[in-house]
Design a binder for this molecule. Sequence first.
Ligand code: PEP
Ligand code: CO
Length: 435
Amino acid sequence: MTAAQQPEWPDERELKSALEELAALPPLVFAGEARSLQSALASVAEGKAFLLQAGDCAESFADFSADAIRDKLKIILQMAVVLTYAAGMPVLKVGRIAGQFAKPRSKNEETIGDVSLPSFRGHSVNDDTFDLDARRPDPARMVRAYHQSAATLNLIRAFTKGGFADINKLHTWNQEFVAESKQGRRYEQVARDIDRALSFMAACGIDLGEESELHQVDFYTSHEALLLGYEEALTRKDSLTGDYYDCSAHLLWIGERTRQIDGAHVEFLSGVKNPLAVKLGPSSTPGDAVALAERLNPENEPGRLSFITRMGADAIEDKLPPLLQRVAESGHNVVWVCDPMHGNTISSDKGFKTRRFADILNEIKAFFAIHNDTGTIPAGVHLELTHESVTECLGGAEEVLDGHLEQHYQALCDPRLNARQSLDLAFDLAEMLQS
Ligand code: PEP
Ligand code: CO
């Protein structure tokens, strides 16, 4: 069976030793948490909550600090507040975080000028520096990725359960450089409205201190299950149920490049009980979708399987309806999620990989409209974004123009929405959810 997109590890012994080390390390998540996420996803599938799955395209060994983790969390919490408040919809929060270190690539080599080197495959494989030595796959990087994931997850748990995500802290999630912007001020207004609603409830005699939902947040982790050795080494038998769980994250997804029905990624993930997702690009046929649903969710459990469609704003009208119709006819229970990023990647005049905010928004709008037509549920979005003030995607209310891209372009892999663009998008999304 073929495992697509696996690195060519140069040294078998080094690989074996890294995988043995990983297999002996504690799991990062507990099976019970993966089950809670699956039931939350089941309610998302019914349209009773909305999924916000977001984070970096690729996490970085270089950008690893308490402040960065806190600020990544802030922007997702802010977006969730906007969606919850403006659309009156509970939001299920899942990060592309604490494990998103491996990247599939369309080309095995990257060429700059007349030099060609092996492509960068994520920090759990090699380094992004354009240098032969840096691009050599090193299995010890998987162990480092595990430890960074553990520390990241630990801090996320502390922040979400230890007071930082308390509803009374709404104002502190607005980072300074965001607060000054139009979107930041709009967010402040929402935060003030919520404050007033809380004061009103307190004045009515409701003991808000007792309501744990107001003081803690459930936040789940996810990444692309690309490196099968790593995922397998972190797969453990749950002592409560006897089932196997991939304990590297709560939710794992299969990428557009590794979703072959007879491929090793589908085979491996069919054997673990975590909630799963599959990315479906414009080449996906209705037959592919039904076959994947049969294979990955034979019991048709609600919340077990999400399809993350990433068609591109131009192709979605053509490509999405037949998938929705066939899957609906087959009776398969699926959580439909829109990734408006990966089908809308373009190259700027100066050769920067970028995306237009307008295309991103248009794909989401079309996603809602098409689901509305077929009577299916537009259950969530999957976004690449960052808390930082980067200039990687074009457009947005404070417009990033072509000439700005070179100013703060830090993406390791794909271009991300910056914090203001992300908040902008949250307000637009809230309007779509309202109607
Ligand atoms: C990604 O999510 O970063 C990615 C590579 O997506 P896709 O598999 O949809 O291309
Ligand atoms: Co990406």
